[in-house]
Design a protein around this ligand. Structure first.
Ligand code: HEM
Length: 180
């Protein structure tokens, strides 16, 4: 996983829960990196998992809720760092439909070792978009936060529902229906 995912995660934890919480979860997580991340480095995904598990224990907030919060937070990181990719899209459905074929393709060019999910579009119209998320990292709550924040970014109102297609959450169906 790219370092930016770790540095921004710890920044969110600091803003929402304080610097002591950052120190505590780093200590509790027994990290190979010792929690010293740089945005251009690459680190094991299991370090993020440990940090989330320990944050959940320490704050009593459900782990999926924390990952969801992080998806919402990470969207702003993306708009700050990769605005040229966003300029390409006029609305949320266009952007979300473009993740697989364009956005993450560009990401892979910049970072050949990026660990990215795979999205498959099942249905696409002006009012409804159905996509399937595939990733062995099962970061579907992160995806949900990003989708919701994308809609907000374009001032669009929609209902997003997710359906886990297996117990581990490595395959998840998202249905996005425009309101009104
Ligand atoms: C311009 C917009 C975007 C950029 C530049 C971008 C870039 C990235 C980057 C750098 C990572 C981390 C890769 C790694 O750690 O190795 C990532 C992961 C991810 N991205 Fe995107 N992304 C964008 C939009 C989106 C959107 C709108 C979604 C909504 C579903 C999305 C879903 C994900 C997910 C779920 C992951 C986590 C990896 C996984 O699940 O396996 N991305 N993306």
């Amino acid at each position: 996983m790219k370092g930016i995912v770790f540095t921004e995660f710890l920044e969110m934890v600091e803003k929402k829960f304080g610097i002591e919480t950052v120190d505590t979860i780093i200590t509790e997580s027994n990290l190979e990196s010792d929690g010293a991340y740089t945005s251009v480095g690459t680190y094991a995904f299991k370090e993020l998992q440990s940090l989330v598990v320990n944050l959940s224990k320490y704050t009593n907030v459900d782990a999926q809720d924390l990952i969801h919060l992080y998806g919402i937070y990470f969207f702003d990181t993306l708009t700050k760092n990769y605005i040229s990719l966003f300029d390409h899209y006029k609305n949320a459905f266009q952007l979300i439909s473009g993740i697989e074929e364009h956005i993450h393709v560009q990401v892979r060019k910049m970072y050949p070792d990026a660990e990215l999910p795979y999205f498959e579009t099942h249905e696409s119209s002006d009012s409804k978009l159905v996509i399937e998320y595939h990733s062995e990292r099962a970061l579907y709550s992160f995806a949900l936060g990003l989708i919701e924040r994308t809609l907000e970014h374009y001032n669009e109102k929609a209902t997003v529902t997710k359906k886990l297609l297996n117990d581990s959450g490595t395959k998840v169906l998202f249905t996005i229906v425009k309101n009104g």
